[in-house]
Design a protein around this ligand. Sequence first.
Ligand SMILES: Cc1cc2nc3c(=O)[nH]c(=O)nc-3n(C[C@H](O)[C@H](O)[C@H](O)COP(=O)(O)OP(=O)(O)OC[C@H]3O[C@@H](n4cnc5c(N)ncnc54)[C@H](O)[C@@H]3O)c2cc1C
Length: 474
Amino acid sequence: MTLLTPDICVIGAGSGGLSVAAAAAAFGVPVVLVERGKMGGDCLNYGCVPSKALIAAGKQAHLMQGGAAFGIAPAEAEVNFRQVMKHVEATIAAIAPNDSVERFTALGVQVIQEEARFKDGRTVIAGDYEIRARRFVIATGSSPLVPPIQGVDDVPYLTNETIFSQTRRPAHLIVVGGGPIGMELAQAHRRLGSEVTVVEALAALGKDDPELTAFALRNIRSEGVNVLEHTKVTQVEKRGRSGVRVHVEDTDGTRSIDGSHLLIAAGRTPNTASLELDRAGIQHDRRGIKVSDKLRTSNRRVYAIGDVAGGLQFTHVAGYHAGLVIRALLFRLPAREDRNIIPWATYTDPEIAHVGLNEEEARKSHRKISILRWPYCENDRAQAERKTEGLIKLVTDRKGRILGASIAGANAGEMINFWALAISRKLGVRDIAGYVSPYPTMTEIGKRAAITYFTETTRKPLVRAVVRFLRRFG
Ligand SMILES: Cc1cc2nc3c(=O)[nH]c(=O)nc-3n(C[C@H](O)[C@H](O)[C@H](O)COP(=O)(O)OP(=O)(O)OC[C@H]3O[C@@H](n4cnc5c(N)ncnc54)[C@H](O)[C@@H]3O)c2cc1C
């Protein structure tokens, strides 16, 4: 055994772990990074990057068929699925050097490519190394959760860890789970020529406001994805040589669906099993490692960040956590997680994005709120681009401070950046109404929604309110 005594030992080289290691090394702090699988973790290898590359290919195929409205004859896209997957591979390969062992070693990080486990409250074992660090950061991420469906162990199924290495297009992909991962992959596969059925036990895209998800669901269904909501998978079995039969149950009774491939996208489970957390006195449950709002675990030497910490599971959250831990460890600055400022986006077409409180949450925590809406169809750029399906919905307090923003529509994932800044800086509708937005841009939709605060809150006739407003800001 070789004994190492760095200042910081990071376990997991995904979005969170890499950020901690890079920042620590940049400030000259001795750091050891332990990774048991691929550098870059889920996001680079099995998550954000391959899924967005696949979505981009699907979008390209879809665009070719959608030219008629612009006066351009639609063309049937000839999809070469093997080549599509080469594009996915090439996208990963283009980004991989940023996360590589070589780069991190050059930055001054000691990278150990082994599985880590705790020996006791202050020691980690990784291969032939015994690591006694001043502080540990656990960033081991999460894995696909496979629900205990009858027969699931006897059928071949795909998860996010295997679907991006398929080289043949699934004839009929059955997706278990209608969350963001399931719906993004369902739409992308449909656009690339697969028949797709999604089975969701509750409401599809159920974590977002139904007023907004309705736009995405309507479009996804209109493209031919069969989305079954409030439908439970009761059993799966093999069909023929490589196919699958999925038995489902809804309020009308039971039936079965035959497909060529099964994708399980039914949630995530934290990667804690191999860490032997109990030896280190680190409390955890099935949701993940228990952390304080400073991301400290029940062992004061150990922090946990990203997916394994059981909160919102996104790459930017892991990065945000990494920043907080670095502040605390390197600079002893107060660093508390503020979940309210964290945005998220689902990259279906149209996209759905959100930050802050939604209407329901705001009603619980505030006595009086305003809901401000503006539709995409009232935006000139959206008209020119024929992207008129969508809506922005703002939630403000009594004084007009922005509490939350939700967008469904083209570029929602880009536009939510603006609102994430507005909420983190505690801006109000007056700030939004007072800035100048270039014309014609879709971001103007948000400004128009904010302006409705003035017309909605005044009892005077609408015209007078508009005139008064234009005097002030026009
Ligand atoms: C299909 C899909 C699409 C997604 N799309 C998006 C998106 O568009 N935007 C977004 O923000 N998020 C997206 N996510 C979520 C995002 O991938 C995760 O939130 C993010 O990767 C979490 O980062 P992390 O650092 O916590 O964990 P990870 O990136 O998963 O890294 C954890 C690392 O720890 C390693 N590890 C685990 N246990 C040990 C051990 N005992 N010893 C050593 N190493 C260990 C693992 O091998 C892994 O490399 C997506 C996820 C999926 C599955």
